[in-house]
Ligand binder design. Structure first.
Ligand SMILES: NS(=O)(=O)/N=C1/NCCO1
Ligand SMILES: [Zn+2]
Length: 229
């Protein structure tokens, strides 16, 4: 039986490269974002990062065994500018990483600090490639927006539309449809400052195909919204 990757000492990140060679590469994600050495790129400031999304209902949500993933291929969506050059990227899916407690859970850390969780909006380069699978084989194939979760007293209405369905998909492989209309724009923080670097998928097969765009400002969710088990 194919070995299942995970986060234990015997199947976690330290041994992923045995089964997934790219996990041993030179541009692996996630990283710790050291704000003191992050340099501002005047060129990026000239090319504003812009995004446009559709609102969709009845999106399918899946229990991946490592969290939830919402399949949201949007041919009418566009992510472009900033570090993306002249290419246009299209939304494919979004998913979340969280931990056992709200003291941890994000994939990226900032000056060694983990957030309670991290939302990833995954896009692929439709200017150069014909499919998501093809794009994931190229260094500029994917663009992922990372949004940190901070825990506070305010519930996030859009995230609630998602987590309110999780009781229907308690086990790996289960899926259901989200009845509410979801607008991915609402996941993004009001402050649009970001860090960017060339990295990889943070989970196997760890393809080194991602232009990461990690927003500096977290969004607020409640403890219940980000420590669902
Ligand atoms: N956590 S991540 O780097 O976004 N990982 C993936 N895997 C498939 C698409 O995005
Ligand atoms: Zn992710």
């Amino acid at each position: 039986m194919a070995a299942e990757w995970g986060y234990s000492p015997t199947n976690g990140p330290d041994v992923w490269a045995r089964l997934f060679p790219q996990a041993g590469g030179a541009r692996q994600s996630p990283v710790d974002i050291c704000t003191s050495i992050a340099s501002s790129d005047s060129n990026l400031e000239m090319k504003k990062l812009t995004f446009a999304y559709e609102s969709q209902s009845d999106l399918r949500i899946l229990n991946t065994g490592h969290g939830w993933k919402v399949e949201a291929p949007q041919s009418g969506s566009r992510l472009e500018g900033g570090p993306l050059g002249e290419d246009i990227y299209q939304l494919e899916q979004f998913h979340c990483h969280w931990g056992e407690t709200s003291a941890e859970g994000s994939e990226h850390t900032v000056d060694g600090r983990a957030y309670a969780g991290e939302l990833h909006l995954v896009h692929w380069n439709t200017t150069k490639y014909q499919s998501f699978a093809e794009a994931a084989q190229h260094p500029d194939g994917l663009a992922v927006l990372g949004v940190f979760f901070d825990v506070g007293n305010e519930s996030n209405d859009e995230i609630e539309k998602i987590v309110s369905t999780l009781s229907e998909i308690k086990f790996k492989g289960q899926f259901t449809d989200i009845p509410d209309v979801i607008d991915p724009t609402t996941f993004l923080p009001s402050g649009l400052g970001y860090w960017t670097y060339l990295g990889s998928l943070t989970t196997p097969p760890c393809n080194e195909c991602v232009i990461w765009i990690v927003y500096k400002e977290p969004i607020t969710v409640t403890e219940e919204q980000v420590t669902y088990h």
